[in-house]
Design a binder for this molecule. Sequence first.
Ligand SMILES: [Zn+2]
Length: 441
Amino acid sequence: MHKSKDIYKEITISRGFGEGEERLPFVPWGTSSSFNSGIKTMLSYPAKLRDSLKKLGRSKSMQLVLEGAHDPKDEQLVESFRELLFIEGQLPGKYSDYHTLLRFLRKRDFDFSKAKETFLNYLKWRRNFRVDMIPKEFKFEEFEDVKKCYHHGYHGVDRLGRPVYIERVGMVDLNKLFQLTTIERFVKYHVSEQEKTINLRYPACSVAAKRHISSTTSIVDVNGVGMSNFSKQARSLFLEIQKIDSNYYPETLHRLFIINAGSGFKMLWKALKAFLDARTVAKIRVLGYDYLRALLEIIDPSNLPIFLGGNCTCSDYGGCLLSDKGPWKNPEILELLQTKYAAEEMYSNGGNGNKASEDAPVLNMADIENKDSSTKSTSRHEEPALVGSENAYKLASIKIKGLEAALRDTKNKIEALEAALEETKMVLKGLAQHLEEECGI
Ligand SMILES: [Zn+2]
């Protein structure tokens, strides 16, 4: 479902890459050190934490905003899907929140069997690719140079509060890019950015827009892009990124505007379109050089870079695609999210704040976020409710773990019984044979 994004990646690759994004690509949720120290500071000073929690409590709709209103029909389907995974002993708590499961169901048009297969592949990929460890283990040191030949980045929000992602693929210098980095490293960087979007950009945008945000509006400037740009190396990178986006981050693209499409690109587009399903194609608008009106309908000029016809320059950062401007950089929103995650981390560790700060710093924000998702529907508003829901969550987790263990145990017993039955069959068969030989029965 995310193929549309892949498409522009393909085009991206065909031209080389340009401006970069923000300063800490290898730390998916941005200011990791300040985030980390923020948590530590909060946990070290209960009074400060209390104040922050009060502040959090006053933000009555925060949980609701982050979680969004659930459609009862979707909720029922997600619940059935969850049960299906659980029955097969395949439900990992941390990635089974409502929105993640729903994304996978939607990707497969609510075909449970296909959705299950895709979701299990996703879990396997997370384990094998060590996605949770990327922020800890991977440093994209070449980022500063890469962003000079690959102009891309998040920049502000659309009129409904979704993050806006921009790529100027016509300006990409692919040869230079591959002198600076490798496909493998670039893919890791891409994954770290995807994780940051899921774990930080969407929650921050949700807080800012006061509504649940879980998808991105993308703009790809294909000025000068045509068939001739699509080299073998470009194809390899495109295919790898397409696979990741489509299989593991489905349903996160809201709309994709391809702009400055000339005749060369339009030919390429005909070929690319054949690889996309109708649902994805419906999200893509291919516009020529007269694209501005369409963009301004969905993005305020203050959030549109000057090079696309808006009035933002981000001069303090050296350009719009270097600023990573957006609610995810708003200190108040960050503080609110940090406080929330820190509080949840602390409660989920039985109030052992120091343990949380030492063992599970910002790097576990993805975990925290998912735990959060599991509890959001019950924890609202007031501090005691938050604590209560955390306890309920812990209790439910324990119960689930117990049930999972019981299920495994039962499976083992069934296997043992089957083996015993097989043995009995053999014995009986031998006995029958013996009787036949001895007694002539
Ligand atoms: Zn700007």
